[in-house]
Write a protein that binds this ligand. Sequence first.
Ligand SMILES: *Cc1c(COP(=O)(O)O)cnc(C)c1O
Length: 367
Amino acid sequence: MSIPFIDLKAQYRALQPQIQARINAVLEHGQYIMGPEVRELEERLEAYTGAKHCITVASGTEALLISLMALGIGPGDEVITTPFTFVATAEVIVLLGAKPVFVDIEPDTCNIDANLIEAAITPRTKAIMPVSLYGQPADMDEINAIAARHGNIPVIEDAAQSFGAEYKERKSCNLSSIGCTSFFPSKPLGCYGDGGAIFTSDDAIAQACREIRVHGQSKRYVHTRVGVGGRMDTLQCAIVLAKLERFDWEIARRIEVGAHYNRIFDEAGVPRVVQRPDRTSVYGQYTVLCDHRDAVQLAFQQAGVPTAVHYPVPLNEQPAYKHLCCPDCTPLAKAAAKRVMSLPMSADLSDADAASVSSLIAKALSS
Ligand SMILES: *Cc1c(COP(=O)(O)O)cnc(C)c1O
């Protein structure tokens, strides 16, 4: 067996004429920075998510950073988030001189446990940043309600893994004050380099994000605030536009592959990350829980089935972050980090490949 972890080549082959036409159009008009495809993509994504504003930016990390800057977050401020995520979530908080306050996760979804958030709020809490991990939105209505009770604390959804997912019939990225996503190639909606986007329906936040994206510029050479060089290239926007043509099919297919895995693993008694009934996961990662993970990964590697670990160490145990908080205050994140293992997932994974992967895993992990 030789199965790709993510099949970006099959996706390219399926969309080759559209992608090349879009790239050629940019090469012909030559507006490589803030060309017409940038706004075209933003309008398409506003319509897709239902958010009033989409601001494309250089990456998912930049989307998070610019959002925090737009909220004026800085030294002395606290941002509540999860330790069980990609490092960028906490990195941007620390970069601005603020303090990440890590709250533990739900052991079955691996998302932040909304029930633990209220106890972590202090007068210095300036934002709550849940992550829609593995493509499944966190408990956003519960988190929004807590934020509202404490003076409307802004809620930033880190939706880097969940673009296309739904929560109570609303799209991820349009579930709270601000939503941030990433177009890193392996994310559910990827470009061919770095890219990302911020979503909000708040006009003032949107305007601030647009200015911060171009060095805090409100008019040419008028810098009303401190910003960054955070634009997304026209070429990358053109590629995402081409990929949108197949995106609904891809999301439906990812959900089908995920449901197939779920069925086999539940029959075999393999523990896995679960999905709540009021939301969809787009399976940014498909993740099972297993003991003796190193040995299992090695055996699968030898059988031609690639696996990955998202994430092996909670952020409050990472060398650069552990002094910021108690490393042992999130025991469930610590336990999950030892057991999670992600499997091949993409819209182009064939039914036959999904079946071979799942039977191999079921055999190894049941009992
Ligand atoms: C990928 C990812 C990011 C960062 O996105 P980039 O586009 O790589 O900067 C942030 N948060 C989470 C949860 C991610 O998975």
